[in-house]
Design a protein around this ligand. Structure first.
Ligand SMILES: Cc1cc2nc3c(=O)[nH]c(=O)nc-3n(C[C@H](O)[C@H](O)[C@H](O)COP(=O)(O)OP(=O)(O)OC[C@H]3O[C@@H](n4cnc5c(N)ncnc54)[C@H](O)[C@@H]3O)c2cc1C
Length: 397
């Protein structure tokens, strides 16, 4: 490979106590939590809207905060953001028993999940963060880090103004892909099986609009051709720029083919929105001090920072140990969201919106307390989380 050597003199344009990279649900929760601890917070987001996959990615189903047996398991900012997502109206899945009060029997029948409008959720989240004093930098990519004594001393950013540096005392990696971990030298792992192609989009059929959860596995037998067969078999890793661009183009092809087919039956069938970020589920994660596993169902962790249910089946409840959020090689770096430490099977549980909010809140509070996560007084972190309404242990439900 050819290389070009660059000499860079990067101006330091900002300083803060907590620097959050990535403004998806995890980054929103982390920034909010840190700001509420009275810290100066800067949130970097390379898109021009908040929410990541949950908004720009058109994944508009806030999966359950409950265990499927009528008991709520995720609290704090995870619940606050669920309610915020439908503050200005919901699209579907309104769980009245949970939101307005209902019996355990009703709560067992219908899980605590909602479908929201992506645009309204993104704007509502932005307004909330602004109100709490978070400085949001849109159109801004974190592109490298400067290190000092095993700590990130500055994060290099690029945006319309060019390249500059931001100094942050502690850093939350909420990029979804553990990008900052790689830049700083923390150990990471890839999702072994890779990802199937997704092509979720919104459509209208004359009046009203709806979400199409199109994926290649949804292509009916009769429509499978020589062209679609390799796509159905194909898996995407999601950490290579060219591969991601190709994946997005394949997804657009699927949407167009689907729309053309539906227009034959109904000429008014139209796509109304397509995702503006790649719809990829599991890519790269930190290798934390602890790696979560599906066998951790109802296991008690002394360092639990909150709980999640399992969106795929009723019953399981997982406490999330603080150790799943950091690796330790980089002292002042913590992760939140779909890049925390979980094995391949468990990753499918920890990647979803409620889990991203739970881990985001814990990462944000922790980042407000220390620039050395391995040395943090976890009991004090837990006390602060409980003060914010988080419940930590299954035994306390
Ligand atoms: C097809 C599909 C369907 C899904 N269905 C559901 C569902 O029904 N319900 C559910 O709860 N979950 C679902 N999920 C999972 C869920 O949406 C995501 O895993 C979750 O929203 C991830 O949140 P996050 O904040 O961790 O990451 P992301 O949403 O990926 O956010 C990361 C953010 O960081 C930004 N970013 C990345 N790198 C940088 C950088 N270097 N500098 C600055 N900014 C950066 C990105 O632009 C993005 O906004 C689905 C996912 C997919 C792909």
């Amino acid at each position: 490979m050819n290389y070009i050597a660059e000499t860079l003199h990067t101006p330091v344009t900002d300083e803060c106590e907590v620097l959050v990279a990535g403004g998806g649900v995890a980054g929103i929760a982390a920034a909010l939590a840190a700001a509420r601890q009275g810290k100066t917070v800067i949130l970097l987001e390379k898109q021009f809207m908040l929410g990541g996959l949950a908004t720009a990615g058109l994944v508009t189903i806030y999966l359950p905060l409950c265990d499927g047996m009528g008991t709520q398991v995720s609290f704090g900012i995870a619940e606050e953001l669920l309610r915020l997502s439908i503050k200005y109206g919901y699209e579907a899945k309104y769980p009245a028993a949970w939101l307005e009060g209902g019996s355990k029997e009703e709560k067992t029948k219908r899980r605590y999940e909602v479908r929201y409008n992506a645009q309204l959720f993104a704007i509502a989240a932005e307004q909330l963060l602004r109100k709490e004093g978070v400085k949001i930098l849109y159109g801004t990519s974190a592109c490298s880090v400067a290190m000092e004594d095993k700590k990130i001393s500055a994060v290099m950013i690029e945006n319309k103004s060019g390249r500059s540096a931001i100094k942050g005392k502690s850093v939350v990696d909420a990029t979804g892909d553990a990008d900052i971990c790689v830049m700083a030298g923390d150990e990471t792992a890839l999702f072994g099986p890779g990802n199937i192609l997704a092509a979720w989009h919104y459509f209208a059929e004359g009046k009203g609009y709806d979400l199409s959860m199109l994926g290649v596995s949804e292509i009916p037998e009769e429509d499978r051709t020589e062209e679609t067969a390799p796509l159905i078999a194909r898996r995407f890793q999601g950490i290579d720029g060219k591969e991601l661009s190709e994946m997005v183009q394949c997804s657009h092809d699927q949407i167009l083919a689907d729309v053309m087919k539906k227009q034959q039956k109904n000429p008014n069938y139209m796509p109304v929105t397509i995702a503006t970020i790649p719809q990829i589920r599991m890519t790269r994660r930190i290798v934390g001090k602890y790696t979560m596993d599906t066998a951790d169902d109802r296991k008690e962790f002394a360092d639990s920072i909150g709980m999640i249910g399992n969106w795929k089946k009723r019953g399981p409840v997982y406490e999330i140990p603080f150790r799943a959020l950091y690796g330790g090689a980089v002292k002042n770096l913590i992760t939140a969201g779909r890049n925390i430490s979980a094995g391949d099977a468990m990753w499918d549980v920890t990647r979803v919106i409620p889990a991203c909010a739970v881990t985001g809140e814990a990462a944000g509070v922790a980042a407000s307390m220390t620039d050395d996560f391995a040395a943090l007084d976890v009991a004090l972190l837990q006390k602060k989380l409980v003060e914010q309404g988080v419940r930590l242990f299954y035994r306390d439900l």
